[in-house]
Design a protein around this ligand. Sequence first.
Ligand SMILES: Cc1cc2nc3c(=O)[nH]c(=O)nc-3n(C[C@H](O)[C@H](O)[C@H](O)COP(=O)(O)O)c2cc1C
Length: 266
Amino acid sequence: MNYNISTIFFSPTGTTAKVVKTIAGSIGEIHNEYDLTPLKSRINYKALTFSSNDLVIVGVPVYKGRIPDFLADYFQNFKGNNATAVYAVVYGNRAYEDALLELKDIFETAGFVSVAAGAFIGEHSYSGGIATRRPDISDLKIACDFGQKINAKLNHFDTLSKSTLFVKGNFPYKALPPAPQIVPETNDNCTDCSICADLCPMEAIDFDNFRDIDPTTCILCCSCVKNCPEDAKVIVNEHIVNFTKKLISKLERIRHEPELFLENKD
Ligand SMILES: Cc1cc2nc3c(=O)[nH]c(=O)nc-3n(C[C@H](O)[C@H](O)[C@H](O)COP(=O)(O)O)c2cc1C
């Protein structure tokens, strides 16, 4: 069957986008790209509807062992109508916990049929010192091979079969702590270039004063920190700084590898 291939991703610092595009490109020609990172596109693409001719490759970053919480609500408006789906979560080399299972559950509830899933590693949003420059060549080769394995499975895939894809994770999912309402600070390097506000996925940065970030809207995704050409946006909050230091020392000699799920269980 010739599928109409679409990518769907949210990727404030770019690692999830790389993984999703690599998997999809290895499966076949990409017909539609739904980059849900800008708020405007999330409004435009609200309630996307697919059909059984569609194959979607969906990717999100892992936040606190879960999928970003506002996306859990957002995806519930999608309509799968038996479209086939591949899921990818990208995490900062600590752990992905229940994120992949949560993503699969949400899409299955919305009417998608799951064919494969993978957990990949990306440079940590909080620091270039964790999983530095990942996904790297080796990760992307695994993503590419994953696409080939998906193609092989699709050749004999029965969307009406009652068997379901196995992925790691637990239900009930890990409980989320309350949102910390911490925002990046702006130092004197700021040149008012507006890149941070242009790219903020939550539109939390005031266009009239780029130092003013709304703590109730900011999700601390670090898009502004990583995309600022002057390194003017920094996280100085003591709790996050200490947490990041501990992560760096704990993970510096640990390299997690991508985990792929293609097997169904009855
Ligand atoms: C708020 C927040 C929470 C995160 N939680 C986790 C986590 O639980 N486990 C982990 O390994 N990485 C965690 N990360 C790191 C991201 O999952 C990782 O850097 C990912 O590659 C970012 O994706 P992006 O480049 O598409 O934005 C977190 C990042 C942020 C911003």
